[in-house]
Design a protein. Structure first.
Length: 206
């Protein structure tokens, strides 16, 4: 898993008024938990946004008043109108204790079904996974090269060593769907084959 650095400052007071003032100063109220006592802090909105908008998942090296804490982002709250980040929950990483993260699902290869005129449908963009932080990959990759039109890939078809995907093994991840273009091409082939068959029968009758 990739790592990103973030600096935080402890909050002397906790409340709506204090949180509102922090946001006016372009800082985001946050809570760090999972390592014992909860820590209330704030982080710079700009630096946090760079991490949030990135499609990758990061382990955060949080510098809190000179003390380093390893953590992951557990939840981000956005303003419903402005979409600015209004609150952040951070989960401290404890050695030997598994964590749950949503990892990106990516595909590799070109499906044979796409070559034949089909299209790939992604049912999930991220997958919930539990494992030790050192075992969590940057992303989960699935090879779709062998998929033909009508085929699909499920949770049971992927492997994430030393980790558990928190979905039913039969859950559908990727499907190769038939398109109208492919259906039209098949219809034209059937018509052509039918015409050839009719011509053959007519020739035999003569």
């Amino acid at each position: 898993m990739k790592t990103a650095s973030l600096s935080g400052s402890s909050r002397e007071s906790v409340g709506k008024k204090d949180a509102s003032q922090l946001r006016k100063n372009n800082r985001v109220p946050a809570v760090l938990y999972g390592g014992g006592e909860q820590k209330h802090l704030s982080v710079g909105e700009l630096n946090l946004s760079k991490i949030i908008i990135n499609p990758d998942v990061f382990q955060i090296d949080l510098d809190l008043d000179g003390s380093l804490h390893k953590c992951i982002i557990q939840e981000v709250q956005f303003h419903p109108v402005t979409e600015r980040i209004v609150h952040l929950d951070l989960l401290q990483v404890v050695d030997g204790k598994p964590v749950r993260v949503d990892l990106p699902l990516r595909t590799t290869g070109t499906a044979q079904g796409v070559v034949d005129g089909g299209r790939i449908q992604m049912l999930f963009r991220r997958l919930p996974v539990r494992g030790l932080i050192q075992d969590l990959p940057e992303a989960i990759t699935i090879d779709i090269s062998d998929l033909v039109i009508g085929d699909s890939a499920r949770v049971r078809d992927i492997e994430v060593p030393n980790c558990t995907v928190l979905l039913n093994e039969s859950a559908l991840l990727v499907a190769c769907k038939r398109t109208r273009a492919a259906m039209s091409a098949e219809s034209e082939e059937e018509v052509a084959e039918g015409a050839e068959g009719a011509e053959g029968e007519a020739a035999a009758a003569e």
